[in-house]
Each structure stands twice: as structure tokens, then as C-alpha cells.
Design a protein around this ligand. Structure first.
Ligand code: T46
Length: 188
């Protein structure tokens, strides 16, 4: 498995090995021991899987607040998406900054989005499926969002149309109108 640091310390891009043959390929999409050997010791407890039918569907920018904050390990099971992480840890040198990577069935890339970061994506193909591991269970009372097109974050979604959004996401607050529950603890 190849692991690459991103411009946001803690947010990692992973590429598990694929073993191809005449039938197709085999890949270990997650292996706890391999992750621990790479210094990523996260106890994932829930797998999520969503299908977005239309190209230009945006889901995000979401997080769960403490005590149920979640680390996420994200991959694309079908289609193609642009996956985003945004640092919202108060005091962080990269507060409000984002990174984005295209994850697709073809490239097999995965993004590790730690606690303290917003997560969201836009689909780049119809019928795109996202599959991701979470380090805490769903806690609706801790579920929260920041507006996908927040001008202070200024994500380049590389999409010119009107996105498909849930009502919740369309009405999400802007970062400036929001008190992050996360504090940067000086870790890299
Ligand atoms: C997140 C979640 C949702 N649900 C139920 C609640 C709703 O009845 C339905 C759709 O939920 P929501 O509209 O919040 O789904 P997404 O917009 O895909 O939200 C996710 O999108 C971004 C990309 C994320 O990273 C989060 O995991 C999550 O916020 O699934 C559950 O039962 N369990 C869950 O863990």
C-alpha cells in the first residue's frame, strides 16, 4: 500500500495494491495490521455506503462533533468523485484550508479524513458509489455541516452547474458563523 502525505498534515492519500489477472483484480481495501505498521492506528467501527445517481451531486461538508467525532477512510466503489477534506481545528496553521483528490473505481485511491476535518465530495459521474469506514457510530445529535460553497474556504469543485444537494446541505452555516468544536493540539 502506498501512503502519501497531503498538504493538510493528518490527511493521507492511500493506494492499496491491486493484483490483476485475466479475471480482473484483487485488492485488500483495508488491512488493520498494514495500517498500524504505517502508523495509522484507528479502530473503525462502522462502514458507510451511499449511491449518488446524478453527476454533480454534492454531499457535505459534514462532520460529527465530539464525543462522537469520526475519522473516515473513504474510497469510491463505482464511478468517480472529487473528495474534499477541510481543517476546522481552531488554532491550526491550516484552519479553513482544504485538499481535494479524485477517487474512482479505476484509480482505487483512498482518502483518510481525520477527526477535526470536514468531509464532502462531488460526483463526477452518474451512479457513483462512495464507501467509507468510520471510527465512531452515527450520532445524529452530533451530526453537523458547513456550507459546501463557503467563500472563505473557496473549494474549487471544478463544476460549473448547479449541484444536487440535500435541503440540509443547502442550508448549512458558513464557517464564519460557526464555532468549531475542535482544537488543534499541535500535532503534525
Ligand atoms: C451519515 C449517516 C446517515 N444515516 C441516515 C440518516 C438519513 O436518514 C440518511 C441520509 O443521511 P445524510 O443525508 O446525512 O447522508 P449524507 O448526506 O450522505 O451524509 C454523509 O455525507 C458525508 C460525505 C459524510 O462524510 C458523512 O458520513 C455523512 O454526513 O441516512 C445513517 O443511518 N447513518 C449514518 O451514519
Amino acid at each position: 500500500m502506498d501512503i502519501t502525505q497531503t498538504a493538510l498534515p493528518g490527511v493521507l492519500l492511500l493506494k492499496p495494491a491491486r493484483f490483476g489477472d485475466a479475471r480482473g483484480f484483487f485488492s485488500e481495501s483495508w488491512n488493520r495490521k498494514r495500517m498500524e505498521e504505517a502508523g495509522i492506528d484507528i479502530d473503525f467501527v462502522q462502514d458507510n455506503h451511499s449511491l449518488s445517481a446524478q453527476v454533480g451531486t454534492v454531499r457535505g461538508l459534514h462532520f460529527q462533533a465530539p464525543p462522537h467525532a469520526q475519522d473516515k477512510l473513504v474510497r469510491c466503489g463505482k464511478g468517480r468523485l472529487f473528495d474534499i477534506a477541510v481543517d476546522i481545528r481552531k488554532g491550526s496553521p491550516t484552519y479553513g484550508q482544504w485538499v481535494g483528490y479524485e477517487l474512482s473505481f479505476e484509480n482505487g485511491l483512498q482518502l483518510l479524513v481525520p477527526k477535526g476535518f470536514l468531509h464532502g465530495f462531488i460526483t463526477r459521474e452518474g451512479d457513483t458509489e462512495i464507501i467509507y469506514k468510520c471510527s465512531d457510530y452515527y450520532a445524529p445529535e452530533c451530526d453537523a455541516a458547513v456550507r459546501w460553497n463557503d467563500p472563505d474556504i473557496a473549494i474549487d469543485w471544478a463544476f460549473s452547474g448547479e449541484p444536487v444537494l440535500s435541503d440540509k446541505d443547502a442550508a448549512a452555516p458558513l464557517l464564519k458563523d460557526f464555532e468549531s468544536p475542535f482544537v488543534w493540539e499541535g500535532e503534525p
